[in-house]
Write a protein that binds this ligand. Structure first.
Ligand code: GRF
Length: 200
């Protein structure tokens, strides 16, 4: 079974969706580790409930990103992690992790990138009165939501769309799309813009 790690900073509903499909047997993977940078995050409780080991840290306890990423890297290697899944991890991945895992780190973002990158993509779409937004799954590079796109799914904004209603629509898509794409990446290798590549 291929080993994956999930990185999360918050509630972890995407993490839970992945746990659920692994537990039901739909996704053939071993969630070996949760990496979380917020000690109080609900994602940590989800890991405990599912008996998934977690590495929880506070960036302020380290002098540099390199210092905490060195520890994360050691954990990933100790658990034999092959694919890294970012699911609401609110930090840029630095060179320490990218050097070892480039092409094997994916992220999910709640907009149609390159539109509305960075924080609060849902708020950005509402403020722009966009007609369409959506979900993007992409490889991670050193930029903020800039890596090669794997897949996108669109969502139409209603005229009376609220933050809550848009968030619910986006989460509903994410919770189905992310596990499905992880399955494809683990079994068939990589995809960029619908084309297969040799790595994850
Ligand atoms: C998701 O909407 C994801 O697209 C973004 O952060 C959010 C995380 O939500 N990167 P959750 O913690 O999985 O509920």
């Amino acid at each position: 079974m291929k080993r994956i790690a999930v990185f999360a900073s918050g509630s972890g509903s995407n993490f839970q969706a992945i746990i659920d499909v692994v537990q039901s047997g739909e996704l053939k993977a071993d969630i070996s580790l949760l990496i979380c940078d917020k000690p109080g995050a609900f994602a940590v409780q989800r890991a405990n409930a599912a008996r998934i080991p977690s590495f929880v840290f506070s960036a302020k306890d380290y002098s540099t990103k390199e210092a905490y990423e060195t520890e994360i890297l050691a954990e990933l290697k100790r658990h034999g992690v092959e694919l890294v899944i970012l699911a609401g991890y609110m930090r840029l991945i630095g060179p320490t992790l990218l050097r070892e895992y480039q092409g094997r780190i994916v992220n999910i973002h709640p907009s149609l990138l390159p539109a509305f990158p960075g924080k609060d993509a849902i708020g950005q779409a509402l403020a722009a009165k966009a007609e369409w937004s959506g979900v993007t799954i992409h490889y991670v590079d050193e930029g903020m939501d800039t890596g090669p796109i794997i897949v996108q799914e669109r969502v139409r904004l209603d005229e009376n769309e609220t933050r809550e209603s848009l968030q619910n629509k986006i989460h509903a898509i994410e919770h189905k799309l992310y596990p499905a794409i992880i399955q494809v990446l683990l079994t068939q290798g990589g995809i960029v813009n619908g084309k297969k590549t040799s790595t994850y």
